[in-house]
Each structure stands twice: as structure tokens, then as C-alpha cells.
Design a protein around this ligand. Sequence first.
Ligand code: IDP
Ligand code: MG
Length: 195
Amino acid sequence: MLRPGRRATVAPLPNAEAPPRASCRRPATLPIASTVRRGICAVTERTLVLVKPDAVQRQLAGRIMARYEERGLKIVGLKLVHIDRELAERHYAVHKGKPFFEGLVAFITSGPLVALVLEGPDAISLVRTMNGATKPAEAAPGTIRGDLAVEMGQNLVHASDSLDSAATELAIWFGPGELLAYGREIDRWVLSPKG
Ligand code: IDP
Ligand code: MG
């Protein structure tokens, strides 16, 4: 029996230029979509990804970004930057005081990295799952770290871990004018129709 579901509550997109779209239908109209039958609706989110200096040096940046694109996520912000200590400390402020902090700052400032903002349904948790566990030895095969990394200090990618950190990190890395809201022809095949 179908249980009553609820419509998506769409969180505001940080720096969004256009209102987000609901990304699921009411359950009764989609009898075969089990996630919707359970009343779960995906929410469109934006998340910050860093393709770290080790990925750029290893010439993996394009392949890593292609994974996100192929999954269906939309790139709404993108730049190549070589950051200074001040920005590194702001980005990794939650880790200040930890034993690995100095090494982390030295690493992230050691060369250019690619910063990008990805948008899509449940993008924050979806990208974290694609990246894999922080420690590559524990990262599942098929994840970026599980396929391409062996060291925790050189684990190729960063991604926001919550709505709060995504909002903070987007504001650190991108100005409002650097994030673009646009439609894609493929979206009608990637995203559920509006409910
Ligand atoms: P995350 O990148 O999976 O979110 P965090 O715990 O936020 O992981 O740590 C940030 C980054 O700091 C990690 O990606 C990793 O490169 C590095 N790091 C975390 N813990 C350690 C550690 O114990 N030793 C060395 N590097 C670490
Ligand atoms: Mg983290």
C-alpha cells in the first residue's frame, strides 16, 4: 500500500540566482519509485568540491570532474587557483589545532587546485559518497579515493559535509557573480519531473 508522502522542502541554494526546483513528484503519481513511495524527496543542493593539488599534478583533474558530470551533477562554478595560507586556514578552520593541520595547510597551498560548485539532488551527500572515505584504505572501490588514492594526506578531493559547511565554503571560495544558474537540455532525463 502506498503511504502518504510529503512534497520536497527545498532549502535555499547559497548564492543561487534562481529559485531551486522541486525534484520529486507526489508519491501517488509514481507507483514504481520506491524512494518516493516512502515519502522521501531529494532536495536540490549546492556543494563545494576541491580537486586538490595532488589530483592536478597527477593529471587526474579532468577525469575526476568527468565523474561528477557523468553522474548528472551540474557544474555551476569552476576555477583553477593556487591558494595562500590565509584562505587555507579559513577553509580548514575546523581542523585548526589537530596534529595534521600544518601538513594539511602546506599540502593544499603547494600547487594549483580546481575549485568547483556542483548542483543536484542531495548533492552534498551524493558527492561525499562518490569521493569515498577520508582514509583511502577504507574507501570503497568505485569511489574516487577508493580507485585512485592510497594516502590520507593525498586523497585527491574535498567536498562539503553538510548544508552549513556548504554555505560557509561556497562563500569562502566563490563570489555571488561566479556561480551561474542555467538549465541543461539533459535535465529532463536526469531529474525527476516537477511534482
Ligand atoms: P574529508 O576530506 O573526508 O572531509 P576531514 O576529516 O575533513 O576529511 O579532513 C580533511 C583532510 O585532512 C582530509 O581529506 C585529509 O586529507 C586530511 N586528514 C584528515 N585526517 C588526517 C590524519 O589523521 N592524518 C593526515 N591527514 C589527515
Ligand atoms: Mg571535511
